[in-house]
Design a protein around this ligand. Structure first.
Ligand SMILES: NC(=O)c1ccc[n+]([C@@H]2O[C@H](COP(=O)([O-])OP(=O)(O)OC[C@H]3O[C@@H](n4cnc5c(N)ncnc54)[C@H](O)[C@@H]3O)[C@@H](O)[C@H]2O)c1
Ligand SMILES: [Zn+2]
Length: 358
């Protein structure tokens, strides 16, 4: 098992990574001073796959567990579901000290995290991410939220977990498309911050996609470490944390143009390639690095070509992006593989050109 400590003033916490950490969660939670009852929020599929192993491990350390279920799918990451969960927590007589364990992908992590952050002004939250995306991205950093209307993550909070348990064995049941979805964020993290991880991915992409436990553990450990490092320096998302949005400005515009028919990882993959080309056109990145990035993204089973969406529609989508500062769209650009910077100076005409070269 590997451990990353996220040091955030008084609210530091550990991320435990490795095969089998699910079974050891009880021991770690006892060490942290928890005892008695806890509530697991999960979906029916993840409950079926991992609920029992988690509960057994917790029972061995004297914990009583209740399970609250949420149907699968982004559409359930809503205030309505949160409202129902508040009722169920009341029926269970959950108290201020009752930990909530979010067992599942990013949808469960964000929703259960939001409920934990708000019920009785905050119950202890434990993240138990079971998708690659959740292990390397959504479970770390303390952003919790529900969607509102058509706006994603509209209502939310910053709320740090007490611990994160990322069990690499859980990734073995992930469908290939879910693995690729998470690999998009892994490649993003390497591209902005860690040339060594990028080279590791170039060497081991096939083993990763074949669910090799050692390779996946290394990937989760290093990628979670990158996110934790960035969040430590900028918990409230006022500066450095912006570089995590590499590929996301164009990616978000693609997602909304497709009415969320395009998966997040796929949209980010296409967005990363376009942003690399933009970086090159801005004179920041050499053309061989653009090719390297594109090749690695393809090998991860992700798309690289812009779909047939009219350029003005994409430009319009980007101007609605949260990262627009004073009408200029903010871009994260690459200087080299492993090094990113934020620019407010990209001429809109250049963006249009890059988007038009499909
Ligand atoms: N808070 C943040 O900082 C942050 C960052 C990135 C993404 N997010 C959010 O994360 C969400 C996406 O998360 P996701 O990609 O994990 O999708 P998801 O939570 O919808 O999970 C995908 C599917 O995989 C299934 N699943 C989960 N674990 C499994 C396993 N081990 N084996 C087989 N199937 C499994 C789930 O039942 C689900 O249907 C979005 O709502 C997004 O907004 C949040
Ligand atoms: Zn993302």
């Amino acid at each position: 098992m590997r451990k990353i400590i996220v040091g955030l003033g008084s609210s530091g916490y550990g991320i435990y990574i490795g095969p089998g950490v699910l079974a050891s969660a009880g021991e770690r939670l006892r060490e942290k001073g928890f005892s008695g009852r806890l509530v697991i929020i999960t979906d029916p599929l993840v409950k079926e796959l991992y609920g029992e192993a988690l509960c057994r491990g917790l029972a061995g350390y004297g914990f009583d567990t209740d399970i609250l279920l949420v149907e699968r799918g982004e559409e359930h990451k809503s205030l309505e579901t949160a409202g129902r969960l508040y009722h169920e927590l009341t029926a269970l007589r959950a108290e201020r000290t009752t930990p909530v364990l979010a067992l599942g992908g990013g949808v469960i992590g964000d929703l259960a995290g939001f409920v934990a952050a708000t019920y009785l002004r905050g119950l202890p939250l434990v993240q138990v991410p079971t998708t690659l995306l959740a292990q390397v991205d959504s479970s770390i950093g303390g952003k919790v939220a529900v969607d509102h209307g058509r706006m994603k993550n509209m209502i939310g909070a910053f709320y740090q977990p007490a611990a994160v348990f990322a069990d690499i064995d859980a990734l073995k049941t992930l469908p290939p498309a879910e693995l690729s979805n998470g690999l998009a964020e892994v490649i993003k993290s390497a591209a902005i911050r860690d040339a060594g991880l990028f080279a590791f991915l170039e060497e081991n992409m096939e083993r990763a996609r074949a669910l090799d436990v050692e390779v996946l553990e290394e990937i989760v450990y290093r990628t979670a470490g990158i996110k934790a490092g960035v969040v430590e320096k900028d918990e409230r998302d006022s500066g450095l944390r912006g570089i995590l949005n590499y590929g996301h400005t164009i990616g978000h515009a693609l997602e909304s143009a497709s009415h969320f028919g395009l998966r997040h990882g796929s949209a980010v993959a296409i967005g990363m390639v376009a942003a690399a080309r933009l970086s090159h056109r801005m004179g920041a990145l050499d053309v061989s690095s653009v090719s390297r990035l594109k090749r690695l993204i393809e090998r991860a089973g992700l798309p690289v070509a812009l779909p047939d969406v009219p350029v003005p529609q994409l430009m319009e989508g980007m101007s609605h992006d949260k990262k627009v500062q004073q009408r200029k769209t903010r871009f994260v650009l690459l200087q080299e593989i492993g090094r990113a910077f934020i620019s407010d100076e990209v001429p809109p005409a250049l963006v249009e050109q890059v988007l038009a070269e499909r």
